[in-house]
Design a protein around this ligand. Structure first.
Ligand SMILES: [Mg+2]
Length: 333
């Protein structure tokens, strides 16, 4: 920890843990949007089943299947929609052979690597099941259904379907985190620069952090970057950065071509939108990525890219492990 000069955090599913009610905003909103797009009215009676799925699953968009792979990329469990595939059927499709090794990569496959996507899996499997039962009602392919589900859920994240209710009553959707303030203060007292790097925009970030840390939430951070567009932030050195005027959330162009300019920009206000890792390193006065530790929940966007290309030290949040560990302890105890 001694070599670490700066510690950064992602927001969603890292500092902020969401309740099932939050998923329901996306799920119910997406259901309404799909019906408006012409999906059959049976969709309105679907129920979200949060216990059924977890991160780490893989969707086979073309076949309408959801898969669980082991670390050798062997398909251990497969469901077609809501029905489990028998072992023989599963092996006939996915068993390896020298001629046809499944790639399990996009665009045919989608990994469920963030909790935001659990709503997608649930809705997709229910729609695959509906299509199999009433093929005349759902003429589009499984892959098109997946694409439309993704779009419907994504729209809910952009158009206020989710953000507006969270802003009105955050306690209904976000778990309180009584130790967060002390943890962030402790890091600062230990001489670390503390920053936030999130893809969420400023208005939403403010709602969430005001709920978790109180009205003076900005005091806990040396630097806040919203709307970061990870993984692009970590890869594309040409993405421009803007200052966020916290009074009205308006944006302003700023120049950060050198460390001196970056320091001047930071001295005039610490909230920004967009940009790339160069801007971050200059504002934090880092000579090397290995002096930075970043905590996130997204395996690809938060962890793998930043580690491989920038040498950041990373911490992956895996809340599912708490459950796994307690089950293990129970079975051993
Ligand atoms: Mg996140």
């Amino acid at each position: 920890m001694a070599q670490i000069q700066a510690v950064g955090f992602d927001l969603d599913y890292t500092l902020a843990e969401y309740k099932i009610a939050f998923d329901l905003l996306a799920y119910d909103g997406a259901v309404r949007k799909l019906i408006a797009m012409g999906y059959p009215k049976e969709v309105a009676s679907f129920k979200y089943d949060p216990k059924r799925y977890q991160r780490g699953l893989l969707i086979d968009k073309q076949r309408g299947n959801v898969l669980k792979l082991d670390r050798h990329k062997y398909v251990k469990v497969a469901y077609h929609g809501l029905s489990k595939l028998e072992s023989a059927e599963r092996k006939a499709i996915y068993a390896r052979s020298f001629e046809a090794q499944p790639t399990f990569s996009p665009p045919e496959y989608a990994s469920i690597d963030t909790d935001f996507l659990l709503v997608d899996v649930c809705l997709f499997c229910q729609l695959v099941d509906l299509k199999d039962r009433f093929p005349e009602q759902l003429l589009q392919s499984y892959a098109t259904i997946y694409q439309q589900v993704r779009r419907a859920v994504d729209l809910c994240h952009c158009d206020g379907e989710i953000k507006d209710p969270v802003a009105v009553e955050p306690a209904k959707y976000i778990y309180e985190s009584p130790e967060l303030a002390a943890m962030l203060s402790q890091l600062k007292l230990g001489g670390k620069q503390v920053f936030l790097l999130t893809n969420s925009l400023y208005d939403y970030t403010k709602v969430v952090l005001e709920f978790l840390l109180g009205p003076h939430w900005l005091n806990y951070f040396d630097l806040v970057i919203c709307g970061a567009r990870k993984p692009g932030f970590l890869l594309d050195p040409y993405l421009p950065i803007f200052r966020v005027n916290t009074a009205d959330a308006s944006l302003q162009n700023i120049e950060m071509g050198s460390e001196a300019l970056a320091q001047r920009a930071l001295s005039e206000g610490k909230v920004f939108q967009g940009g790339n890792w160069n801007h971050l390193h200059r504002m934090l006065r880092l000579q090397t990525g290995s002096a930075l530790m970043y905590v996130g929940d997204h395996m690809y966007s938060d962890i793998l890219r930043s580690k491989r290309t920038l040498g950041w030290r990373t911490v992956l949040m895996v809340p599912e492990l708490c459950h796994e560990v307690s089950m293990l302890e129970r079975s051993e105890g």
